[in-house]
Design a protein around this ligand. Structure first.
Ligand SMILES: Cc1ncc(COP(=O)(O)O)c(C=O)c1O
Length: 383
């Protein structure tokens, strides 16, 4: 794995990250990596190009075998291959899961959360019950009792939309916490939808515990996973919904026509990285740890900010700390301050905190150093 020596060249290839904002801003926002994926991806694409016919595709049988093997080896989860439903993206899968249950009118979500956890229920006109998260030594975690009380709120059928590892906080939920959450969901007859797209990006050696591994197979759970984030192939959308309980699975399958198919290339790329991408992945984790440590050392020079990275992901969540009186407030939200300094981070507002912002450190160290330097300069000018 090597960082791209000239990430600005991504502008020539319709990159969301590099193309959206003015060239004067260093983009450390949307969550992809400034590097090429494992070499097996180029081989898959080259083979397809050499053949040159691009008709309808179907799911190769070996695709689900690759997922079964991956989950058994890396996540200690033995699944029945029939539980897998391929779908072209984790976000669309969350939306489909709710569309498949029109009786569900209330959902429980974490707050803070990846913006779609707020936007999907809101746009579907559902009542949302938020579980407030707070800073703890293990990252952003729910306030004690908050999940239980949120799960008791709905008056009718409901769903819990959860995110583990958590974006933006990077928390990896423990076996104990998840078991309790599942019990409460069962008691309150709540469908559990767990977005686990960050499952393979743990940086501290903590194990990821898939929700479906803990649940009894007859409890309605939908575990959503993908290789796209881990191996930086989001341009080839492909995810899996793992749904042990058959009624929940059939409902989900019946509504799949609302989505474009997973393309043949996306199937083949996902399978290739799951089988052959792991030495690349080991190098990626090392590079991300170095970048994460650089972010923390920068943060130690800025006591006016609280910067958390949790145990997984290439994201840092930046808030004002209590000693932040010297920072401007009101219109001068953190994200705006950094834009003025020439660094584009993700605005905290759609995550649930307008005063905070999220930094993506999945980039060349030179880009990161330059960005942190600019952020330092602009903070200095406010002192
Ligand atoms: C928690 C989470 N879920 C889903 C996604 C996007 O998934 P997809 O591109 O498969 O829709 C992201 C992307 O950053 C994410 O952080």
């Amino acid at each position: 794995m090597h960082w791209h020596p000239d990430p600005t060249s991504r502008r020539l290839h319709a990159s969301l990250k590099w193309d959206t904002y003015p060239e004067t801003e260093l983009p450390l926002w949307v969550a992809d990596l400034d590097c090429a994926p494992p070499p097996c991806v180029a081989s898959v694409i080259q083979r397809s190009l050499d053949h040159g016919v691009f008709g309808y595709g179907h799911e190769p049988r070996s695709f689900r075998d690759a997922w079964v093997a991956h989950l058994a080896t890396r996540h200690d989860w033995e699944i029945d291959p029939d539980w897998i439903v391929p779908v072209a993206g984790v976000v669309p899968a969350m939306r489909l899961a709710l569309l498949a249950h029109p009786d569900i009118r209330e959902v429980v979500v974490p707050n803070l959360a990846y913006p779609y956890f707020h936007a999907i229920p809101e746009q579907a006109g559902l009542i949302t019950h938020r579980v407030e998260l707070t800073q703890t030594p293990d990252g952003l975690l729910p306030v004690t009792g908050a999940l239980e009380s949120a799960l008791n709120q709905p008056r009718g059928p409901s769903a819990l939309l959860w995110c583990n590892p958590h974006n933006p906080g990077g928390a990896m939920y423990s076996h104990t916490w998840l078991t309790r959450a599942l019990e409460r969901a069962r008691d309150t007859q709540t469908l559990v939808i767990s977005d686990e797209i960050w499952a393979d990006l743990g940086l501290n050696g903590k194990p990821h515990v898939p929700i479906g591994q803990l649940a009894e197979p007859d409890q309605p759970t939908i575990t959503l996973m993908a290789a796209t984030k881990t191996f930086n192939v989001a341009g080839f959308p492909c995810a899996v919904a793992i749904i042990p309980e058959s009624d929940t699975r059939h409902r989900f399958e019946r509504i799949l026509h609302a989505m474009p198919h997973v393309t043949p290339l996306a199937y083949q790329i996902t399978e290739a990285v799951l089988r052959e991408g792991w030495s690349w992945h080991a190098a990626l984790i090392e590079a991300l740890i170095a970048n994460r440590d650089r972010v923390h050392s920068w943060a130690s020079e800025h006591p006016e900010l609280t910067v958390s990275t949790g145990d997984a992901s290439f994201l840092a969540w930046i808030e004002r700390s209590d000693s932040s009186q010297t920072l401007p407030t009101g219109q001068n939200r953190l994200a705006d301050v950094f834009v003025r300094g020439g660094v584009r981070l993700s605005d905290g507002r759609p995550f649930g905190d307008p005063e905070a912002c999220r930094l993506n450190f999945g980039c060349h160290p030179t880009t990161l150093h330059k960005a942190l330097d600019r952020m330092h300069q602009v903070l200095e000018t406010h002192h």
